[in-house]
Design a binder for this molecule. Structure first.
Ligand code: MTE
Ligand code: HPA
Ligand code: MOS
Length: 773
């Protein structure tokens, strides 16, 4: 099989592209509704932290159209659906720990009837003191998990001996997933207590297990099916479970199918988001900007329960180096417990927050020394053969960052544009421009080693058509088309001959979530293994027929050839059937080379790294703080891309989502712990109009040095962190506008208010300056 690939590495359209555009792609709420379907809603806590003295649902139950009402007291089996550790009840039992926590649920004949009825509940609370901010949690030492420290060398000594030293604080905001399709599930009871759950989830197996748990059933009695999500972004890794469980509980109780689709406001109030962080840094460095030692304190808002916060904060620690060699470093990670919604996975999974810490520090060093930030970044890059070990002990084996950044610096014309921006700023009093180049290095693999496995199932029917199933889920990222490309390639058939079916726990069991950007890496390899099993069987038959060794049989363009003989793939398949050769196979894959000791924080948590870099140029209005992204140049590493069209889309989308996180998307809680930004009217995600008008995205051409599927690299999350360049370009513009250097506090998101405030703060003379005049 030495011929050039036919199907992989090609820019094939997303399998649902037309359906997405035409509105014919089916999401759960579009499915034909089963007879007798009921609609559910969740009634939630109106207090941040309180004892629940009584719950009176009589008026709810008596309301028109209501068929069933359930609270904690009505549960048939378990109540806790914490994904890793306990702490997430389906219904609050005696205690509420955030404003918006699920307390009860209603099933009614219509969505409107359910929602109207839910308002009739009478719940008596006794308020308890609530911890609503990271600062408060730190002061009270309120944590969901023990503090962790990652240490290499002697940061304190390096700091003491360094020529320069800076310290400061940075706050980085959270982010709502704002998937277009909200959380939704439809539970359909089967015979003997079995339950089929259509769930918009990244983790069908976890939904299966948790539904089984709350219903008191063995796993085999529950099937989860997911055709596609209208976006997940990490928000449907664990957060889909409560919706599925409530639907299933009400379906069990009523014996009727139940659909639960959260309304947008409820979705934003009830479900977890990206962790906001408070970051303290203390850094020592030399005249060239090279870091001698650095200490970070990373404190994150985990909310009321652990959820995935352990792994998320670990990943933040593992990305506080980004592309830079930190010889003497101490990273302390506090996982703060607050009486707010339990925060969860979000594209990057803590990595973006860790990266913000080091990128901010490098920018501050440059400001202090009067150097270009890019010069300081380059001075700190990991080396190729030395200075290449991460603080957690993994060697950066394929450091392409210096080469990739050099290429982008040239193609984006960084130096000339730096000069042009400075010249513009000297002559423009009310508009200021800013420019920044920031790199990305992101570790690929689940840090929880056992999750790095996948299974697939391939059937070949006797007409030669192929049905493919695997454990990954499609959320718009193009996983299905990539895995189909792999199978088409292996069997030498046109892509259209391979059909993908909905992810289903009854077809491929015990799956990992589609997360950590590993969907194509894991499921692609598993599907490849299944396809190769079938190919080998078919090759054996063809070899016998053609009288050549099986190793000489070639599958290509729908033909199977050996020597000068050919047979159509479909004909060979039919012949194999009559020879009683099995035309179905499973495949399984585990990621190699992982070796990670959670206790010591040392080892190899990642199979490899994905890299990228972005240059952003912005303009701000000094009088209003409004900003515009003028031009963005990106060079991103997808290894040898499995599908350059899909990957370009992932890079563009990830970048824009990262830009939104750091510029306009702001979550605000009031003094009572109520989220006040729970609709698009108050929570501003980027729209088409915010996409940089001049947007130049290219893929870096370099094979993955590890044996990942067809030498590609994972692409789902890393580009989000390219958005960090926009934040630093804004900071560059703010410093130009205010004439200040290091030490001006500038938090994320850099909303117009923050931009304006930073400029105004810098312009107000300090008492010392006034006294000196
Ligand atoms: N792209 C789209 N269109 N929609 C999504 O929900 N999720 C992101 C990323 N890209 C997402 C997306 C996240 S958080 C991850 S982990 C990966 O896709 C998951 O898919 P993959 O592993 O197949 O890349
Ligand atoms: N990334 C994303 N999701 C996860 C991870 C991870 O490392 N671990 C568990 N869920
Ligand atoms: Mo992505 S945050 O790993 O679902």
């Amino acid at each position: 099989m030495s011929a050039l690939p036919e199907t992989v590495h090609r820019p094939v359209a997303h399998d649902s592209a037309l359906k997405h555009a035409q509105g014919t792609a089916l999401y759960i709420d579009d499915m034909p509704e089963p007879r007798d379907l009921l609609h559910a809603t969740i009634g939630w806590s109106t207090r941040a932290h309180a004892r629940v003295l009584s719950i009176d649902l009589d008026a709810v139950a008596a309301a028109p159209g209501v068929v069933a009402v359930m609270a904690a007291r009505d549960l048939p089996a378990g109540n806790d659906i914490g994904p890793v550790l306990p702490g997430d009840p389906v219904f609050a039992d005696g205690l509420v720990e955030y404003h918006g926590q699920s307390v009860f649920a209603v099933a009614a004949e219509s969505v409107g009837a359910a929602r109207r009825a839910a308002r009739l509940a009478t719940i008596e609370y006794q308020d308890l003191p609530a911890i609503l901010t990271i600062e408060q949690a730190l002061a009270d030492e309120s944590y969901v998990l023990p503090t962790r420290v990652l240490r290499r060398g002697d940061a304190a000594a390096a700091l003491a001996g360094a020529g320069h030293r800076l310290n400061g604080r940075l706050a980085v905001g959270g982010q709502d997933h704002f998937y277009l399709e909200g959380q939704v599930a439809m539970a359909v009871p089967g015979e003997g207590g079995a339950m089929l759950v259509h769930s918009s989830t990244q983790h069908p197996t976890e939904v299966q297990h948790l539904v089984a748990k709350v219903l008191g059933l063995p796993d085999h009695a529950v099937t989860t099916e997911v055709r596609r999500m209208g976006g997940g972004f990490g928000g449907k890794e664990t957060q889909a479970a409560i919706v599925a469980c409530v639907a299933a509980l009400l379906a069990r109780r009523t014996g009727r199918p139940v659909k639960l689709r959260l309304d947008r406001d409820d979705d934003m109030i009830l479900t977890g988001k990206r962790h906001d962080f408070l970051i303290d840094y203390d850094v020592g460095f030399g005249d060239d900007g090279r870091i001698a030692g650095v200490e970070f304190m990373l404190a994150s808002r985990c909310g009321m329960s652990p959820d995935l916060s352990g792994s998320i904060n670990d990943r933040a620690m593992f990305h506080a180096d980004n592309c830079y060699f930190l010889e003497h470093v101490t990273i302390t990670s506090h996982r703060c417990k607050t009486h707010t919604v339990s925060n969860t996975a979000f594209r990057g999974f803590g990595g973006p927050q860790g990266m913000m810490a080091i990128e901010y520090v490098l920018d501050e060093i440059a400001r202090h020394l009067g150097l270009d930030p890019l010069t300081v970044r380059k001075a700190n890059f990991y080396g190729i053969d030395e200075r290449n070990r991460t603080p957690y002990g993994m060697v950066v084996e394929d450091n392409i960052i210096p080469a990739l950044v050099a290429e982008l610096e040239a193609s984006a014309d960084y130096a000339a544009r730096r000069t042009a921006v400075d010249a513009f700023n000297r002559s423009s009093p009310w508009l200021k421009k800013g420019l920044a180049l920031t790199p990305v290095k992101f570790g690929i693999s689940f840090t929880a080693k056992h999750l790095n496995q996948a299974g697939a199932l391939v059937h070949v029917y006797t007409d030669g058509s192929i049905l493919l199933n695997h454990g990954g889920t499609e959320m718009g990222q193009g996983l299905f088309v990539k895995v189909a490309q792999v199978v088409a390639e292996e069997l030498g058939v046109p892509l259209g001959q391979v059909m993908l079916t909905a992810t289903n726990t009854a077809k491929v069991p015990n799956t990992s979530p589609t997360a950590a950007s590993s969907g194509a890496d894991l499921n692609g390899k598993a599907a490849q293994a299944a396809a190769r099993t079938i190919r080998d069987r078919l090759a054996g038959l063809a070899a016998t027929r053609f009288g050549v060794p099986a190793s000489e049989i070639v599958f290509r363009e729908g033909q199977v050839s050996g020597g000068d003989q050919h047979i159509a793939f479909a004909d060979l398949v039919k012949a194999a059937y009559f020879e009683r050769i099995q035309l179905s196979a499973t495949g399984f894959y585990t990621t190699p080379r992982l070796d990670w000791n959670e206790a010591t924080h040392q080892g190899r948590p990642f199979f490899y790294f994905a890299y990228g870099a972005a240059v952003s140029e912005v303009a701000i209005d000094v009088l209003t703080g409004e900003a515009k992204v003028l031009r963005v140049d990106i060079l991103h590493d997808c290894g040898r891309s499995l599908n350059p069209a899909i990957d370009l889309g992932q890079v563009e989308g990830g970048f824009v989502q990262g830009m939104g996180w750091l510029t306009t998307e702001e979550l605000a809680w009031d003094a009572a712990g109520r989220l006040t930004t729970h609709a698009p009217s108050t929570y501003k995600i980027p729209t088409a109009a915010d996409v940089p008008r001049d947007f130049r995205v290219a893929l870096y051409r370099d094979d993955n040095r590890e044996d990942a599927i067809y030498r590609s690299k994972a692409v789902g999350e890393p580009p989000l962190m390219l958005g960090i360049s926009v934040f630093h370009a804004l900071k560059d513009a703010v410093l130009a506008a205010s004439g200040s250097g290091a030490g001006l506090r500038f938090d994320a998101p850099a909303t117009p208010e923050r931009v304006l405030l930073a400029i105004e703060t810098a312009r107000v003379p300090t008492p010392e300056a006034v006294a000196a005049e």
